[in-house]
Design a protein around this ligand. Structure first.
Ligand code: PFF
Length: 455
């Protein structure tokens, strides 16, 4: 498995950008604010931050170390460390999860393209009331041909980047655009917090109301922490496999976690004040960001320019995440099945597009999919919960059990320190990987089954 033929990041910065590109995406700007809004605000945010530190960081470092040590895809990595064992199915679950997430993520990513188009043509960016904005959203996502077409375009973009390979494709795109996204977010946030009525939104987002905590809130925070950091499905095993031997894994991993969390919190600071200012309900669901944001653009000088820049960057942030999702699948077919990169990218991208069609039609396009009989939620939201919360959680338990108990802490830490950088606080990390992370995630799942509050 020569490294040269698989490709490698150009260095630590290249890796941090690419991994941050995977982590930072719709999860931060679309999923985090609406999930926080549905789950009561401040208390959810606090639990989410706790999960990022106590579960996210240990899982992230485990995945990166497994990836770098083996230089293999999610399945191959487990096969290399425990040949002939059933652990390879953990990698297999990761690949299935990559498909599952990509198949709804690409639909939302398609919405960003519609909004980019709306911003370019001037439909979005000027003054809009919340009702007008909500009407535009419903029409856009409920149009079956449009939704499928946009999903197809987004999948196509993903395939084209993946086909170009690790450093030329993935890294090049991320390098320039991530910093730009950050700057635009900060500008929009400053505008949002200075809107009339903004304080109420800030209080909702930042002041924990512990009476709002339920099993569902805790599960949503856990799922969100894993989803946002791209954990529990081998994406970071795959990205870690392109990580140069001499670089510091811990520093890179922690930087990614910090950036990702920062962007999510800034997105919250951008959305909640604006939301209260225009009178949208915080529990408005997946449409939240799309309905609220146009109100900030309308309140900015040169709002239409900001709108174009914002949706372009959001689409790109989504793209650097969809490529990491497809890369998990493609790396498997390249490493283990000997496929050409291009073939793997086109075949798997096409299959995933087909699987995405029901999600694209579930937002008003087809009634049956919009309200699934007996379940009451739409097909896309169901996929989001199954793959984005439950599957990642199960993956996180298995990965930490593998790293802490099966492969074992001495080997894990040796792999982390193989670059010559010492691991800070090894005792703490050992405790988190062996006990805290797997037990906490398992407990949340047990409570879910116990209380039968699956959604
Ligand atoms: N972390 C991405 C986001 O927050 O948008 C979504 C994601 C990408 C999840 C890759 C999982 C993954 F493997």
């Amino acid at each position: 498995m020569a490294t040269a033929s698989r490709g490698q990041w150009s260095g630590r910065t290249g890796f941090i950008l690419a991994a941050a590109g995977s982590a930072i995406g719709l999860g931060n700007i679309w999923r985090f604010p609406y999930t926080a809004g549905e789950n009561g605000g401040g208390a959810f945010v606090l639990i989410y931050l706790g999960f990022v530190a106590l579960i996210g960081v240990p899982v992230l470092l485990s995945e990166l170390a497994i990836g770098r040590k083996t230089q293999r895809n999610a399945v191959g990595a487990f096969m290399a460390l425990k040949p002939g064992s059933g652990w390879r199915f953990v990698g297999g679950l990761g690949i299935a999860t990559g498909f599952g997430i990509l198949a709804f993520y690409s639909v939302i990513a398609g919405w960003t393209l519609a909004y980019l188009w709306g911003a370019v043509t001037g439909q979005i960016g000027g003054a809009l009331t919340a009702d007008e904005s909500a009407a535009i959203f419903t029409q856009t996502i409920g149009n079956p041909a449009l939704a499928i077409g946009l999903t197809a375009i987004f999948m196509l973009l993903t395939v084209v980047v993946i086909q170009r390979g690790v450093s030329k494709g993935i890294e090049a795109v991320t390098k320039v655009l991530m910093p730009l996204l950050f700057i635009i977010l900060v500008i929009l946030t400053v505008r949002s917090v200075t809107l009339p009525g903004a304080m109420e939104g800030l209080a909702y987002f930042l002041m924990p109301d512990f009476s709002k905590i339920t099993v569902t809130v805790v599960m949503s925070a856990l799922g969100q922490a894993l989803f946002s950091l791209s954990l529990g499905m081998g994406a970071m095993i795959t990205y870690g496999s392109y990580f140069p031997d001499e670089e510091n894994v811990v520093q890179a991993g922690v930087s990614v976690a910090v950036f990702d969390t920062l962007i999510a919190v800034i997105a919250g600071l951008m959305i909640f004040p604006a939301l209260f200012s225009v009178g949208v309900q915080p529990n408005a669901g997946p449409g939240l960001v799309f309905v609220v944001l146009p109100s900030i653009f309308g309140a900015l000088p040169a709002g239409s320019l900001f709108a174009v820049a914002f949706y372009a960057l959001l689409a790109i942030a989504a793209l650097t995440s969809t490529i990491s999702l497809l890369e998990v699948v493609v790396a498997y077919f390249v490493d283990e099945r000997g496929w050409h990169r291009a073939k793997a990218a086109w075949v798997m991208g096409s299959i995933c597009f087909l699987i995405a069609i029901p999600s694209a039609l579930s937002q008003g396009g087809v009634d049956f999919l919009t309200t699934l009989p007996g379940i009451g939620v739409d097909f896309l939201s169901l996929q989001n919960i199954i793959w984005g919360n439950y599957s990642l959680s199960i993956g996180a338990i298995l990965i930490t059990v593998f790293a802490g108990w099966v492969w074992g802490i001495p080997r894990l830490f040796a792999a982390i320190e193989s670059s010559g950088h010492r691991l800070p606080m090894p005792g703490v990390l050992r405790f988190l990987i062996k006990y805290v992370a797997p037990i906490a995630v398992a407990l949340v799942l047990v409570f879910i089954v116990w209380t039968q509050q699956y959604f």
